[in-house]
Design a protein around this ligand. Structure first.
Ligand SMILES: Cc1cc2nc3c(=O)[nH]c(=O)nc-3n(C[C@H](O)[C@H](O)[C@H](O)COP(=O)(O)OP(=O)(O)OC[C@H]3O[C@@H](n4cnc5c(N)ncnc54)[C@H](O)[C@@H]3O)c2cc1C
Length: 407
């Protein structure tokens, strides 16, 4: 082959950014994005928020207008699944038997939902929530007065609950752990979200052990191990995701809780980069390998991967950040709280709807969960990126200027 061809597998957040950044970085060769979903790359976060609540149309979800790809000479190959990578021949095989040659390859295959094999899991009206098609199917079952049971009290489960309450539904969230958001937040933040969901009419059941989904043909109820039976017109299961690594594994690339990449987004094959939810990488701020599931990571790592393919090695060391919208609450998270041994609160988490929880490991600030507190979020982002120190007493003093807490 005489011309360069970058082939990107997967067509979502990371892919859209990678394609655009390749052109910005001066990539002269062909670019193809091959994705198994039928529409151009779209934003996933609104799926459990404004799109589920009927406040956004699918056209408004596109990351870039369809014309962008045409203008940028990026070939979108949609509705097409890549089934294998031949690293010797430098081709990818498609589900219809066709193949595409590449000189450089990018894997942005993302993540897939973790499935539960409960009795009744295949009944009509039982859903997972990862892509637009899932939500379109769910939307055919929602409606004022109907009952939804959501299995999983993580961000996606709670956002789904909030959106369904907005639609006037009866909503129960079942969480297997003693508290919602247990894996990702401090007890104070879990208690805050439990209180708000209760005030908004969501029934939250913790320590819940789901025994079966019941119904004939269509789901009608969820049965718990303690005998409780909850009516359900629909069930949404949100119990986490797993990185989509099968293609990489079958091709013999190194996989370590995600496709293992270095700080330049290179896999163990120098001609193949990877970015987004499907990867694990070393983060210098937290001095450990991470697998992140966020738009920030998909976008920033894709920029690094594109630079690498353009011959410009720039290490990826962005600070992780994330958000979640539920009811009138905008949660913004900067940094990673894992490993914290102390939480400092600013504002009343037990009464109001606006506060910040700062996470410390020893005397080092690790992260913030900021609810309706954009200033605190911005300040911590800056502090963690520039290495500023934080004074816990000043952070806790809600009457003082937040900037005074950092030096
Ligand atoms: C409901 C929901 C709400 C979310 N809310 C937030 C939020 O508020 N904030 C936030 O930061 N993040 C949020 N996230 C997470 C965020 O959407 C993901 O981190 C992001 O989508 C990751 O992008 P990605 O490009 O790495 O992978 P993905 O978005 O998972 O895309 C991968 C794509 O590759 C395709 N693919 C996989 N294998 C193949 C193959 N072999 N051939 C062809 N195509 C293939 C997949 O079908 C998919 O379209 C949310 C996710 C969901 C599902």
């Amino acid at each position: 082959m005489d011309s360069e061809h970058a082939v990107i597998i997967g067509a979502s957040h990371a892919a859209a950014q990678l394609g655009a950044s390749l052109r910005q970085g001066g990539w002269q060769g062909n670019i193809s994005i091959v994705g198994d979903e039928a529409i151009p790359p779209y934003q996933r976060p609104p799926l459990s928020k404004a799109y589920l609540a009927g406040e956004k149309h699918s056209d408004e979800l596109l990351i870039r207008p369809a014309t962008f790809y045409e203008k940028s000479a990026i070939d979108l190959v949609l509705g097409t699944r890549v089934t294998a990578i031949d690293r010797q021949a430098k081709t990818v095989t498609l589900h219809d038997g066709g193949s595409i040659p590449y000189t450089r390859l990018a894997l942005t295959t993302g993540a897939r939902v973790r499935k539960l094999s409960l009795p009744g899991h295949d009944l009509d009206g039982v859903f997972y929530l990862r892509d637009l098609q899932d939500v379109d199917r769910i939307r055919a079952y929602v409606g004022r007065g109907k009952s939804a049971v959501i299995i999983g009290g993580g961000y996606i489960g709670l956002e789904t609950a909030a959106s369904m309450r907005k639609l006037g539904m009866q909503v129960t969230v079942l969480e297997a752990m003693p508290r919602i958001l247990q894996r990702v937040t401090a007890p104070e933040v879990s208690a805050f979200y439990s209180r708000i969901h209760g005030e908004e009419g969501v029934n939250i059941v913790t320590d819940a052990s789901v025994e079966s989904l019941e119904g004939s043909g269509k789901v009608a109820a969820v049965r718990l191990a303690d005998g409780t039976r909850l009516d359900a017109d629909l069930v949404v299961i949100g119990v986490g995701v797993m990185p989509a690594t099968e293609l990489a594994e079958a091709a013999g690339l190194e996989v370590d809780n995600g496709i293992a990449v270095d700080e330049f987004a290179r896999t163990s094959d120098p001609d193949i980069v990877a970015a987004g939810d499907c990867t694990s990488h070393y983060n210098p701020i937290y001095d450990r390998r991470l697998r992140l599931e966020s738009v920030q990571n998909a976008t920033d790592q894709a920029k690094t991967a594109a630079n690498t393919l353009c011959g410009k090695l720039e290490a990826y060391h962005a600070l992780p950040w994330f958000w979640s919208d539920q009811f009138d609450l905008k949660l913004q998270i900067a940094g990673l709280s894992q490993g914290f041994d102390r939480v400092v609160l600013r504002g009343a988490s037990d009464t109001g709807r606006s506060f910040a929880a700062f996470y410390f490991g020893g005397d080092r600030l690790l992260a913030v969960d900021a609810v309706n507190r954009p200033k605190e979020f911005m300040m911590v982002r800056r502090a963690l990126t520039t290495g500023m120190r934080a004074d816990p007493d000043k952070l806790a003093d809600d009457s003082s200027d937040i900037q005074q807490a950092f030096s």
